[in-house]
Design a protein around this ligand. Structure first.
Ligand code: URA
Length: 234
């Protein structure tokens, strides 16, 4: 890999900024000043920039406790996005795996591992996602049954069978854990709308084997453990 790409990938600046740093002699490769941005770097080489050792990370994996009010996009000119919250990231090619609505909270995986993202998001894989949901009415046995059979949502789109674990049920409000096996646009809200209920609060608790670490607090993030990554990859 070229030295300028190595440094840019590791967040040391834009391509032109790192080229400038290299030309100014701020970068050492195996103890020698290198002024050619195209110099090739191998895995075993030691790279120093301004006397700091730069280690190459090809894949990064973060768990984010998404707060409400933040967009799940990678970049937005006007509003902050989930990626702005990951202040420790090295790589610029990170993206959120799937989207949560702006007002939805909870688990979001942020990575640059496209293969893993594909595995988790592919509709063929039926990866379970568990949501905590509060709605504005009673979740009756009939509704539970309808969810278990498969719901016809707006525009005739069909949601695959889903499981509801009821946590509380009152005339004005019910709370439940809902497990769905796909990720259609606004799916949970549309499923409840199809049975005449409105989602008041929505939080994702898990995605496949990955469980939200509540100790992070809203807006908190951490790298995944090696075990969490291995379990997700399966
Ligand atoms: N379903 C929704 O309706 N919204 C989300 O953010 C996630 C799932």
């Amino acid at each position: 890999m070229r030295l300028d790409k190595f440094l840019a990938d590791m967040g040391e600046g834009s391509r032109s900024q790192v080229k400038e740093a290299i030309r100014k002699g701020r970068v050492l490769l195996n103890g020698k000043i290198i002024k050619n941005p195209e110099e090739k770097v191998k895995d075993t080489d030691e790279v120093l920039m301004d006397q700091r050792k730069i280690t190459y990370t090809s894949m990064e994996y973060f768990m984010l406790y998404k707060p409400a009010g933040i967009l799940s996009a990678s970049k937005d000119r006007m509003a902050p996005t989930v990626l702005d919250l990951i202040t420790e990231k090295k790589r610029k090619d990170l993206f959120p795996v799937g989207r949560l609505d702006k007002d939805t909270e909870g688990l979001l995986l942020i990575t640059n591992d496209g293969m893993l993202a594909h595995k988790l998001l592919s509709p063929h894989n039926h990866v379970p996602k568990i949501y905590f949901v509060r709605v504005n009415g009673m979740i009756t046995d009939e509704i539970k049954q309808q969810f278990q059979t498969g719901i016809v949502m707006d525009k005739g789109e069909i949601a695959l069978p889903a499981n509801i674990k009821l946590l509380s049920c009152k005339e004005a409000e019910s709370e439940a854990e809902l497990t769905i096996y796909e990720g259609k646009f606004h799916q949970v809200k549309r499923m409840f709308a199809a049975v005449g209920l409105m989602v008041l609060y929505l939080k994702r608790l898990s995605m496949g084997s990955l469980i939200l670490d509540e100790s992070l607090g809203k807006g908190g993030f951490r790298p995944l453990s090696r075990r969490e990554i291995e379990e997700l990859k399966g």
